[in-house]
Design a protein around this ligand. Structure first.
Ligand SMILES: [Fe+2]
Ligand SMILES: [Fe+2]
Length: 304
């Protein structure tokens, strides 16, 4: 791990989220550090930021100077995040309504606002940096979707959407909520988004590129750690309450494994290629280590 990556995850504001993946105590299955729903809400109040404050002028110059093949490779990560943020923002409403306590619902309301801000962040980056031909949010989402991996649709449009549609019809269906939170907070945010963010930020920091993007993406990552901390607390409580829910978590992780692994792999990937300066194997290991720590805290993985 480079210095910039070590420094980032050790930053006080990142540690403050209590995401088990950032805490060594998680290796022992220690859940005492997890924030309560109320504390997570209060942390959200303290961790506000504005997309309009970011300065993308250097990013625009950097982007114009990237060779075409580098632009093309960077489009996979950018597109997956831009569309991913838009999809999760839209799916969270029914999940919020189905959450069983008021404290959970209040926190999930803050998360909906965060996901909207993440969409606005990407939209502003694309606009200011001149990434695409399109000139509005809807058209940009369509244009950038050409870069996605088909597994992305399987994970978001089939697995996650089907659960969320079910919750919209029956908000009392707690087992489906457990499945949806496993997919959303553990797989999509915890394994995929935070892994991509980690390597993309580190690569840009090491190369001194896209400083406005790096600043905003760090804020997005901090938000995601807070979201995942909510997911870890919720799933731990549910797994302890009933083995049926513990089984639902494990079943959903197994079901989504191949699609999640597919999303980590760009459609143009060839064996042995580096992705943002690291191997696909290293990317997978990072995602699995983060999942393992969270599962230990949830109580569903053996502790050392
Ligand atoms: Fe997000
Ligand atoms: Fe999120």
């Amino acid at each position: 791990m480079t210095d910039s990556a070590t420094t980032r995850t050790e930053r006080e504001d990142f540690q403050a989220t209590s995401d088990p993946a950032l805490l060594e105590s998680a290796d022992r299955g220690d859940a005492t550090n997890l924030l309560s729903y109320q504390q997570l809400y209060e942390l959200w109040e303290r961790q506000q930021w504005r997309t309009q404050d970011l300065d993308f002028s250097q990013d625009r110059e950097d982007w114009a100077n990237f060779p075409d093949d580098e632009k093309f490779q960077r489009m996979y990560g950018l597109s997956s995040f831009f569309i991913g943020e838009q999809k999760v923002a839209e799916e969270l409403g029914p999940m919020m309504r189905a959450a069983p306590t008021e404290e959970m619902r209040i926190f999930l309301c803050t998360q909906i606002a965060d996901e909207a801000r993440h969409v606005a962040f990407f939209n502003r980056f694309y606009d200011e940096v001149g990434v695409l031909e399109s000139s509005n949010l809807q058209d940009r989402l369509v244009e950038t979707s050409a870069h996605l991996n088909p597994k992305f649709h399987e994970l978001f449009d089939e697995m996650l959407s089907s659960r969320v549609d079910k919750l919209a019809r029956d908000p009392g269906d707690l087992e489906t909520l457990v499945e949806a939170i496993t997919l959303y907070h553990m797989v999509i945010e915890g394994m995929l988004a935070l892994t991509g963010q980690h390597f993309i930020i580190t690569y840009n920091e090491d190369n001194g590129t896209l400083p406005g993007f790096v600043e905003g993406f760090n804020n997005v990552a901090r938000d995601e750690h807070r979201h995942v901390a909510f997911g870890a607390r919720f799933l731990r409580e549910m797994a302890q309450a009933d083995t049926r829910y513990a089984e639902a978590i494990q079943r959903t992780l197994i079901e989504s494994g191949p699609a999640a692994d597919g999303v980590l792999t760009p459609p143009w990937y060839e064996e042995g290629m580096d992705l943002f300066g690291v191997s696909l194997e290293e990317t997978r290991e990072f995602a699995m280590k983060a999942l393992e720590r969270r599962m230990k805290v949830i109580g569903l993985a053996p502790v050392a």
